[in-house]
Design a protein around this ligand. Structure first.
Ligand SMILES: [Zn+2]
Length: 368
């Protein structure tokens, strides 16, 4: 009997050594601050969540230090947005060659092409950039099944939701990679990574994070499930009771945006805004527009009678300042690819959305 008990204990030990030990807390690293905040809501007090990138860092250009890579390797779980958003980070992880437990939280999100927005008129003035679409072989059916359960759980039908605009789910399409050096704009990487500007996509993140945490730390699965459903309710209420009513105070014809880089595509489709111009094209911040492109943007702004242009907390504003001076319009700063610090109006994702929607509605209201 003693031997049996010993064997039982040994096999239990071997089983549990795949996951963390009961007395240890799960260590989670999220690539950027917005994702880290959402992960913290799901983790609650049961796991430790850190953001790799600091506040106000630009995730498009962030490259980790060797110490960052060691910290990543010591995490039980790494959460990334994906869609080529963390370009420098993923390249460094690949080069480091170490095996890390990485979860792409946007895998069930219907992906929009860069430059997607609501169309107020039926004119064909809007050019869509064709994305390279190909099926990713690995784990595709498993992921598809998981995404289908998420849609049922949330009571949404994402495949029909954005039928016109969407390229498909991330697991079905190949978003390619940015080739900054090639000088061929829009050649590849035509998927828009800024999915969190639509709270529905953050609901999909929440479910993916819940399942990733539960798999790595089954002891606390119930806690993660309870935290996730509470947060889902909060996100639903934020969107339906606060943000949508606020947007609806703006007449449809005033819902027109010019931004610094293309961060608001998902926002625009969800809330019915039209994106008429952007300073830095291509969905990233590394673009260097030509003098002709800047001149064309200035023309667009003048002819559309735009009175505000939206800048970001994470990128330099030299060029946007020039555009604003030339067109005599106000620059209004939004939080884009990072939260603000603890004292700011955007220290959590919920406040980030509140601040941005309030700021956009105020700027576009006063311009009437
Ligand atoms: Zn960005």
């Amino acid at each position: 009997l003693k031997t049996r008990i010993l064997l039982l204990c040994l096999s239990l030990f071997l089983l549990t050594s795949q996951v963390i030990h009961a007395q240890e807390r799960l260590q989670v690293t999220a690539s950027f601050t917005i994702l880290a905040d959402v992960a913290k809501q799901v983790a609650g007090d049961a796991a430790d969540v850190a953001s790799l990138m600091p506040i106000d860092a630009d995730p498009h250009t962030f490259s980790p230090t060797p110490q960052d890579l060691i910290a990543l390797a010591n995490s039980n779980l790494i959460l990334v947005n994906g869609i080529n958003f963390e370009e420098g980070l993923m390249e460094s992880i690949e080069n480091a060659g170490s095996e890390m437990n990485i979860v792409v939280v946007s895998e069930c999100v219907p992906i929009l092409p860069i430059g997607a927005s609501a169309h107020h008129e039926t004119e064909e003035t809007h050019e869509e950039h064709e994305a390279e679409v190909s099926v990713i072989e690995t784990d595709s059916s498993e992921t598809a099944a998981r995404c289908a359960t998420y849609e049922t759980e949330l009571g949404i039908e994402t495949s029909d939701d954005h039928d016109e605009a969407s390229l498909g789910h991330l697991y079905e399409i190949n978003c390619g990679e940015h080739h900054e050096e090639s000088g061929e704009e829009h050649e590849a990487g035509s998927c828009d990574p800024h999915v969190w500007t639509n709270p529905e996509n953050v609901m999909l993140w929440t479910l993916r994070i819940r399942d990733a945490l539960s798999q790595a730390d089954p002891t606390n699965a119930e806690t993660y499930a309870a935290n996730a459903s509470a947060y889902l309710e909060t996100l639903r209420a934020l969107d339906a009771n606060e943000l949508l009513p606020l947007v609806e105070t703006l007449p449809v014809e005033s819902r027109v945006l010019v931004t610094n880089h293309e961060t608001l595509g998902y926002f625009a489709v969800h809330y019915g805004f039209e994106l008429i111009g952007v300073v830095l094209e291509g969905g990233t911040t590394v673009a260097e527009p030509s003098a002709a492109e800047v001149a064309a943007l200035i023309d667009t702004i003048r002819s559309a009678d735009v009175h505000a242009i939206f800048a970001e907390n994470t990128t330099s504003t030299t060029l946007i300042q020039r555009v604003a001076e030339d067109t005599d319009i106000t620059i209004v700063t939004l939080y884009s690819d990072s939260l603000g610090d603890a004292e700011s109006s955007a220290s959590t994702y919920l406040d980030y959305m509140r601040y941005n929607v309030q700021t956009i509605v105020t700027a576009l209201t006063s311009s009437d």
